[in-house]
Write a protein that binds this ligand. Sequence first.
Ligand SMILES: C=C(OP(=O)(O)O)C(=O)O
Ligand SMILES: [Mg+2]
Length: 403
Amino acid sequence: MTLITDIRLRRILDSRGNPTVEADVVTESGGFGRAAAPSGASTGEYEAVERPPTEAIAAAREHAVPRLVGEAYAGNQREVDSILRAADGTDDFSEIGANSAVAISMAAAKAGADVLGAPLFQHLGGTFRGENFPTPLGNVVGGGEHAADATDIQEFLAAPVGAPSVEDAVFANAAVHAEVADLLEERGHPSGKGDEGAWAPSIDDAEAFEIVDEAVSTVQDEVGFNIGFGLDVAAAEMYDADSETYEYESAGISRDTEEQIEYIADLVEEYDLVYVEDPLDEDDYDAFADLTDEVGDQTLICGDDLFVTNTDRLVDGIDRGAANSILIKPNQIGTLTDAFDAIELATQNGYDSVISHRSGETEDTTIAHLAVATDAPFIKTGAVGGERTAKLNELIRIADDAT
Ligand SMILES: C=C(OP(=O)(O)O)C(=O)O
Ligand SMILES: [Mg+2]
């Protein structure tokens, strides 16, 4: 019943106005799944390769589609994904593009769920999935590669860890986002938004810390539950390999690796940070390990560019005690099977998985289902903006249907 009978690929728009790949998968019994690839801006050096969509689509039509249509079952995700890997023939999806691969992989999962008449999270997670829902990390102020002339740290995140429900958490993040706008206005920094819908004011990180801290406290008092504070430093983007320093350009500060570790450890203390992503360069496992040693019992130290959803890199991290959490972005690795394998390996080794959007997104909601299916403690998918609220609203619907 889930034999794949047709795959269609097309170019559609992403949230930055760039083209991306969308896939439709149809099965023998009329099951249908549609999914689209997201796209990063602060991409990790070791990510699977995103090809220009026209090339990725042509290559997938030539190499992957004929091997899947009439041959693979959408309900058998591992089979679909191993055919995608074999059809590509490289380690990094540089032939058919990780964008074509992930779109087909996710569309096949949705077609498989459709045939079963089950929601995607249940198809992926099975009946014995956990009963928890992820806490959304809401990007409220940001810069780095996501906005020009804004903060050096890429993302200042609200983390409503005490929220009694997904719905309360989603609305709390939106409230922090709105409160930040008021504070920026009061301080004379009216601001536009970056790629993920966070405010992108022309201020330095020190002022952003003050503003987000105040906004989080104000909303916390209003809603009556705990809202934490988190960061995606995206430090690989500010690391200068020649001078071996982290360059904070808006503040005119340069930190060597030791200073960077101490700076981050101090921030964890001062702001009681519950989440710190990519605080160090993507090649520096040892520095990640040192920081994890220092503050890993107080906060999540999450590897995004460090691990790129790749089990080989995660094994290296586990061996060296680098980080205690992994960011999961299916398009970084190319298939849902690879993403699941990374989550499973992480769980077995006491690392928390955080499911994530990309800065370039579509209305696709697969990651909301992936987070619920895998019992992930956090999902990072923005606070406001249509392509972000697509996932947040889907989470609210999933929680509503599942409880
Ligand atoms: C979502 C992120 O940004 P991008 O998609 O640009 O890598 C990130 O760095 O976590
Ligand atoms: Mg990141």
